[in-house]
Ligand binder design. Structure first.
Ligand code: AHR
Length: 868
């Protein structure tokens, strides 16, 4: 028999299964049907794998309109994540193998496998050595050898084949003849139009499961799509509800005392132009076209700088920089003094009358006799707010400094530098920094913004991301070592949110800030793979191009060095650097996150495991936090949890941005978690409504969910809302917790909820039950409560959320709790669901072992009680 003939080709083999375990099959259902798998080109091939079924191959029924059972996760959102010509193959052992083309450019295809077509395993994107790209891959299987063949064509019309046993390692691709490329795909007519794909005869139970899965998802989506705008209709005729809460003071369990933290990422101009108090934009002339991937031609090393006046030329150079990490500097060639180099700041420079601003720059006299530079802060109307002369006569790079004290407030001043003598000057790292930073730190944080953050009383700070931590491609992974030491030697880089990060706010400043606000530092380090949405393929270091194995030791050493830098004494190599930066005492680092919602693949697992083992061995005192993907379910979540459980990682980082309806309907999410498995850090979450507002509806959904988190504070150790900051006019992501511009800080209503939790936390959860007078599920789910005790103050704190449009009359019975007095403190946040500017109202109240409290419609109430 010819070798090819023993392959099972799909075309020839519309497979008929003979043995079916038709579970719960009703009499009227068929034993088997035809199943058709396909994808469409709609939405630029983003809609993934679809199924349709038929009894007779003539009349087809699609399972959901464009409903996706498997989506491609390769590359960027929007332009990538395409599933082109998927080919589904039923392999030995009943495992479905699916391969598909990813794009028209790369020599990669995708693979995923499933036992039931509902739950899919990890995706992989093997790279081939032959062909210009990979089009229409087809799978065949040789039963004798147990080998799969994948045959594909390319844009040049050539054909290639690779073989694999396991879809993990592949032979080199070899060119084959067109005759050897047998694609058994068929075209059928569906109600929505024609579709091309593969056809199988399968047990009805297979299709039934697909339909059930689809319907279950539809049902859940309908629950998750509950928005307050429909409440009038949903709760029409609803009368005030009574809720009897009974608290068992003797039945307490310890919960985490770190529940409320913050997530800081340099997104939305959170760092440069935001929390980092530097007022000069592009101070180091390192902005680059690549920061915005060439989309903005003005975004280059001269961005935010202009020359005002004549007889001076302003050019860029990189021949002899201050430091290799900071290659560009400006050159001012002055024939006759009078012109100035002007910086426009971040949307202007905001200064306050009478405050002191530290001006500094690096300057080198390239030609001429030398002289001075006139430095001026100038208001929009041309008025000079402050000025000083600084030295500019050294033939080598030297720092010159001055203190500027504006004579008036201004919101949009500019900084001007005017050479006062003819000649050529090189200037770089031009900085204007308020002396009034948070806690007066040099190179510190903007005081008002930092204070609003500190006011949350966060127990930890996660940094530097988010996606910024693992970066857009290997070269963009955040490297902590590039962000410490003298500013001129730090390595700035492209911020994947489409701008530039100077690294002025670097690891030292993060740790210092944590200490200043009494929070634990929680650095998150890439797990040796860049962001799952990276735009660059393996050669550019995109998602699947993890750090090459021969560089992993060095990468791991960097992580170990971070622990030494943070915790080693001042005699250690890295501890010495920390001490030199002004912090001889260790920072007492306890937590490190490895990975950020990564796509869980073999590439990830291999690298994560190496890092985890190294940290565990060298620093068992550090709690490592793993990662389980960007959603509350799905392949990354399942596979991430499996890896973490297998390795016994102490904690994992979960992320989900979901609707208020999701929070309302998933209050038991953690009640079902296995307590023997890793603990949870809910590292990124927020309620999202259409239009992405941060309003009372989202804030109350978060408050309600946080009551469930407190109840599960034995398994959930930490939480952080995300993102934290957003500068008006520079926002890539909404909603955020705190908005700001150059002069104002605008905490959201969601911020108020976070702050209330930050100020009303406990370390013990008191068991309690609730009895609601209205027995309707949809009503009951909108009343949530939790009761905690803070063992230091002995205060018992009752939190109650009412997400209904009617009052809830709550009665609270405190059993086995001895009150210190009858004076309680009541805090209420209430309003209309779409209110965005609300503040909690605090009042005294009377409490007893049995007290009542009226919970207004759409409200969050906290009652704090002193006990003995
Ligand atoms: O919080 C914004 C982004 O959301 C984070 O960078 C990323 O981790 C998540 O997808």
């Amino acid at each position: 028999m010819k070798r090819t003939s023993i392959f099972i080709f799909l075309l020839a083999m519309v497979q008929v299964q003979t043995v079916f375990a038709a579970n719960n099959k009703s009499n009227n259902e068929p034993d088997s049907v035809y199943l058709f798998s396909y994808a469409t080109v709609k939405n630029n091939n983003h809609n993934g794998l679809h199924f349709a079924w038929s009894r007779d191959r003539e009349h087809w029924f699609s399972i959901g309109n464009e409903f996706s059972f498997l989506r491609s996760d390769y590359g960027r959102w929007g332009s990538e994540k395409r599933m082109i010509t998927p080919f589904l193959f039923l392999g030995p052992g009943g495992t479905w193998q699916c391969v598909w083309s990813l794009n028209e450019r790369e020599r990669l295809f995708a693979h995923a496998a499933s036992k039931d077509l509902v739950d899919w395993g990890r995706q992989s994107y093997p790279e081939m050595n032959a062909g210009s790209n990979i089009l229409r891959p087809v799978v065949q299987y040789d039963q004798q050898s147990g080998i799969y063949q994948i045959t594909y064509t390319d844009a040049a019309g050539k054909y290639f084949r690779v073989i694999t046993k396991d879809f993990k390692s592949y032979s080199p691709a070899t060119e084959v003849s067109q005759a050897q490329y047998k694609n058994p795909s068929q075209t059928i007519t569906l109600p929505e139009g024609s579709a091309t794909g593969q056809m199988y005869r399968v047990p009805w139970s297979t299709v039934d499961q697909l339909i059930n899965n689809y319907e279950r998802k539809q049902y859940k989506n309908s629950l998750y799509n509950e928005f307050a705008k429909d409440d009038a209709q949903r709760f029409a005729g609803l009368k005030p509800v009574n809720a009897a809460i009974s608290v068992q003071g003797a039945n307490a369990k310890p919960i985490s005392d770190l529940l409320l933290g913050i997530f800081f990422e340099d997104i939305n101009y959170a760092a440069d132009g935001g929390l980092y108090a530097e007022l000069v934009q592009n101070r180091d002339f390192e902005y680059a076209l690549s920061d915005k991937e060439g989309r903005d031609q003005k975004w280059n090393s001269t961005y935010a700088w202009t020359l005002k006046g004549e007889q001076t030329a302003f050019t860029m150079d990189s021949a002899a920089p201050i430091h290799a990490n900071n290659p560009h500097y400006a050159v001012l060639q002055t024939t006759t003094p009078g012109a100035s180099l002007v910086n426009s700041g971040f949307d202007g420079i905001a200064v306050r009358k009478g405050e002191q601003y530290n001006f500094s720059l690096f300057v080198k006299q390239l030609e001429g006799k030398g002289g001075k530079l006139l430095v001026r802060l100038v208001a929009k109307n041309g008025e000079v707010l402050a000025q000083a002369n600084v030295q500019a006569s050294s033939g080598t790079w030297k720092t010159s400094r001055a203190v500027l004290v504006p004579n008036a407030d201004a919101t949009d001043a500019t900084l001007e530098l005017q050479p006062l003598a003819a000649g050529r000057l090189a200037v770089d790292v031009i900085s204007l920094f308020p002396q009034n930073t948070f806690k007066g730190r040099i190179n510190g944080m903007r005081a008002d913004l930092a204070q609003v953050i500190a006011d949350i009383h966060p127990r930890f700070v996660r940094f530097p991301g988010g996606c910024v931590a693992h970066g857009d491609g290997l070269h963009n992974i955040y490297q902590w070592k590039n962000t410490i030491g003298p500013l001129q030697a730090r390595k700035p880089q492209r911020n994947l949110w489409g701008y530039h990060q100077t690294a002025g706010l670097g690891y030292f400043e993060y740790f210092q800030f944590c200490e200043d606000i009494g929070a634990q530092p929680l650095p998150v380090i890439a797990a040796g793979v860049p962001c799952q949405n990276s735009g660059n393929g393996p050669h550019g270091g995109g998602q699947q191009g993890g750090i090459p194995m021969d560089q992993m030791d060095e990468y791991i050493q960097d992580i170990l060095d971070l622990v030494e830098w943070a915790n080693g004494d001042a005699t250690t190599k890295w501890g010495k650097l920390r001490a030199a930066a002004g912090h001889p005492k260790p920072f007492n680092l306890k937590y490190i996150g490895i990975g950020n919602e990564d796509l869980i693949t073999d590439v990830f697992e291999e690298r994560f495991t190496m890092i985890y083992h190294a940290l565990k061995e060298k620093h068992p005192e550090i709690t490592v936090i793993g990662t389980v993907g960007p959603f509350y379910e799905g392949t990354d979540y399942e596979e991430g949890w499996e890896i973490a459980s297998k390795l016994k990682v102490p904690m994992v980082d979960e992320h989900y941005y979901v609707s208020p309806g999701w929070f309302i309907n998933n209050q038991d999410f953690y009640d079902r978690y296995d307590r023997s498995k890793p603990k949870v850090y809910l590292g990124e979450y927020a309620a999202h409504v259409p239009g992405r507002a941060n309003n009372l509806e989202t804030a109350l959904a978060e408050a309600l969910y946080l009551t469930a988190i407190e109840r599960n504070g034995d398994v959930v150790s930490m939480t952080s809302y995300a993102p934290l900051l957003a500068k008006e006019g520079h926002t890539q992501w909404n909603p955020d917790m705190i908005y700001f511009n150059n002069t104002e800080v605008k905490p959201t209503v969601g911020y108020e909820v976070q702050k209330l939790y930050g100020h009303n936390s406990g370390n013990e959860y008191l068991t309690a039950s609730i009895n609601v007078s209205n027995n309707t599920e949809v009503v009951k789910k909108r009343i949530a409560f939790s009761v905690v005790r803070d063992s230091k103050s002995k205060d018992v704190i009752v939190k109650m959320v009412n997400l209904l449009p009617v009052t809830v009359n709550a009665s609270v019975v405190l059993k086995d709790i001895t009150l210190a007095n009858t004076k309680g403190v009541k805090t209420v946040l209430q309003g209309k669901p779409d209110d965005k500017n609300l503040k909690p109202v605090i009042s005294d109240c009377t409490v007893s072992e049995n007290f009542s409290s009226e919970l207004p419609p759409y409200s969050f109430t906290i009652i704090r009680i002193q006990t003995k």
